[in-house]
Design a protein around this ligand. Structure first.
Ligand code: GRF
Length: 201
């Protein structure tokens, strides 16, 4: 299976997906890393690993559909079977997500369906939750609302800030996304709930 990964920033999740796919027994290979931001640090990291990269700058387009036509042109060239959003910070329209229905994944830093959208960690702290986590889901027109393919949980500690919690969740994102992509690339849509790895730091 051919996988295109869309990023907007550092691309730490992209890197873990790419690293995992270097396994000979992994059913997928990375064929493109695409960013909406030319300054995304993840682009250089992907290029240094020999992965083709592209930039489709959303600011260069008049509107969302025009931007997505730019995305689609790049994706058509790479011809991925799966598109993995990894720290990709643009909302995609319904027509675009419908084109990729069943073939597009996203990782979201909350235990969906709680805290769709932004500032998930601050909202969990504000609500006084005692746990947080991340979710990998299929992308649909419903923002952060598609079928959940996997989750990983972390405790919220009394002295947590949004940053300390984000760091703890990110460690689990880096475990969860590769594990879910492996399954998904085999056509296995069973939900994966990762067991704690004792990473309570
Ligand atoms: C992370 O906070 C992650 O929760 C979300 O996007 C942010 C950046 O991820 N998915 P990455 O390091 O660019 O993969």
């Amino acid at each position: 299976k051919r996988v295109a990964i869309l990023i907007s920033g550092g691309g730490s999740n992209m890197l873990r997906l790419v690293e995992d796919m270097t396994d000979a027994d992994h059913p997928a290979v990375p064929v493109l890393v695409l960013s909406n931001d030319a300054n995304a640090a993840g682009l250089a990291r992907a290029a240094s690993l020999g992965i083709p990269t592209a930039v489709v700058d959303h600011r260069a387009f008049a509107d969302r559909p025009a931007f997505e036509a730019g995305l689609q042109a790049q994706l058509q060239q790479a011809a991925p079977d799966i598109v993995a959003l990894a720290g990709f910070m643009r909302i995609l329209t319904a027509p675009f997500t419908e084109q990729w229905a069943g073939r597009m994944l996203n990782i979201h830093p909350s235990l969906l369906p709680k805290y769709r959208g932004l500032h998930t960690h601050a909202r969990a702290l504000e609500a006084g939750d005692d746990e947080a986590g991340c979710s990998v889901h299929e992308v649909t027109a419903d923002l952060d609302g598609g079928p959940i393919l996997g989750q990983a949980r972390v405790p919220i500690l009394p002295d947590d800030t949004a940053d300390t919690l984000a760091a703890r969740v990110l460690v689990q994102e880096h475990r969860l996304y590769p594990a879910v992509l492996r399954r998904f690339a085999c056509g296995d849509r069973r939900r994966l709930d990762l067991s704690p790895d004792g990473n309570l730091s």
